[in-house]
Design a protein around this ligand. Structure first.
Ligand code: NAI
Length: 365
């Protein structure tokens, strides 16, 4: 078996715990990975003067594949999101998040099987912002008034919501190609085109145009985001592959994770034409960091997605089989899953869960 070199960005908060678990499990699966560890986030802020050193970006460029633990972004103030910066710099335009029910994980339904395809580079999430009271914000407010676009209160902060034809074509096409490659039957585009006509309206128009190229092969429909949320909670089985602009995709990801048992089991990937960074949907969970109680499943399943991407499908399937078995049996579960299932059985620690998973994978070889 070929050796793969992968950049590992452990992240902060629970990142060091879940990344260590992921490494152990991937090693047990039989895949030969050489890890190159690179740092990002507040831990390197002091030593490097930036939360995202150039050497970390270079490490991803060199190896082309990375897996990343979560990184804390200060709320409201402080440095901008390292995650957003990595996605932009490396043009990781797709955020891919499969959402699948797993017996024993405490999901609300037994049959959820959908895929989130979230645009990853623009929208309100892109961080194009103007601070309240700044000269630039004042210019923009004047411009909006003079052009007749609308009146904005002078004490406003402003975020810009760019949605382009190019990025929308790319993400919608990715959703359709993914649907074809993975034998899916439908793509749903989610938007708020009734209100934001020049942004979400554009997203919908372009999605419809791209959908025509796939007519007869993949079904297409669209939903307004608020009604979509209600429909998703009532009956997730009506959805298959769902394509979102960035911000709605971010919010819907956590909503979908909640349907299948929570953030502890929700994996994901940021994919571009040249590079891919795999990471769980969840954040750094500062409330449980350092306590050895985090659920490592989401990062482990992100690792399995990475193995698929590297064409190590057997190793990936070995991991998924062991994860499904451990959840189905229920003897080992971390605290989040005990809570989601309403079980009063004792929770195991992150390391106990990982060691049991490793044992099962080794026994299956
Ligand atoms: P979060 O996802 O870190 O936590 C939300 C809730 O879920 C918390 O109660 C947490 O304990 C729980 N949780 C999350 N992951 C878990 C796991 N693996 N096992 C058990 N419980 C888990 O979201 P929050 O609190 O909004 O964000 C915390 C920080 O993480 C923020 O600075 C945010 O910016 C950052 N963040 C980073 C992401 C990334 O690096 N990709 C993604 C999302 C948030």
């Amino acid at each position: 078996m070929a050796q793969h070199t992968v950049t590992l960005i452990p992240g902060d908060g629970i990142g060091s715990e879940t990344s260590a678990a992921m490494r152990k499990v991937l090693a047990a699966s039989g895949c030969d990975i050489k890890w190159e560890v690179a740092e990002a986030g507040s831990a390197v802020m002091d030593s490097c003067g930036t939360p995202l050193p150039e050497s970390t970006i270079d490490a991803v460029r060199r190896n082309k594949i990375a897996i990343k633990g979560p990184i804390t972004t200060p709320v409201g103030t402080g440095f901008r999101s390292v995650n957003v910066a990595l996605r932009k710099t490396l043009q990781l335009y797709v955020n891919l998040r499969p959402v699948v029910s797993m017996p024993g994980a405490g999901g609300r339904y037994d049959d959820v099987d959908l895929v989130i395809v979230r645009e990853n580079s623009e929208d309100l999430y892109a961080g194009v912002e103007f601070e309240e009271g700044s000269e630039d914000a004042a210019h923009l407010i004047d411009f909006c008034k003079e052009s007749g676009a609308g009146t904005i209160r002078p004490d406003s902060g402003i975020s810009i919501k760019p949605i382009s034809v190019t990025a929308t074509q790319n993400i919608v096409r990715y959703a359709f190609e993914y649907a074809i490659a993975h034998h899916r039957h439908k793509v749903t585009a989610v938007h708020k085109a009734n209100i934001m006509k020049h942004t979400d309206g554009l997203f919908l128009r372009v999605a419809r145009e791209v959908a025509k190229e796939y007519e007869g092969r993949i079904e297409f429909d669209d939903r307004i985001v608020d009604a979509f949320c209600m429909n998703l909670v009532i009956d997730p089985s009506q959805f298959d592959v769902i394509v979102f602009p960035n911000l709605y995709g971010d919010i819907a990801s956590d909503l979908c994770a909640g349907l299948v048992g929570g953030l502890g089991i929700a994996p994901g990937a940021n994919i571009g034409k040249d590079y891919a960074i795999f990471e769980a949907v969840h954040g750094s969970a500062p409330d449980i960091a350092g306590k050895n109680i985090a659920n490592p499943t989401a990062e482990i399943l992100s690792g399995a997605m990475m193995l698929d991407y590297m064409h190590e499908n057997e190793c990936a399937e070995r991991i998924r089989n062991a994860v499904r078995a451990i959840y189905a049996e229920g003897a080992y579960a971390t605290a989040d899953i005990r809570w989601a299932t309403g079980s009063d059985r004792p929770a195991c620690s992150c390391t106990e869960f990982t060691d049991e998973l490793v044992k099962r994978i080794q026994n299956s070889l």
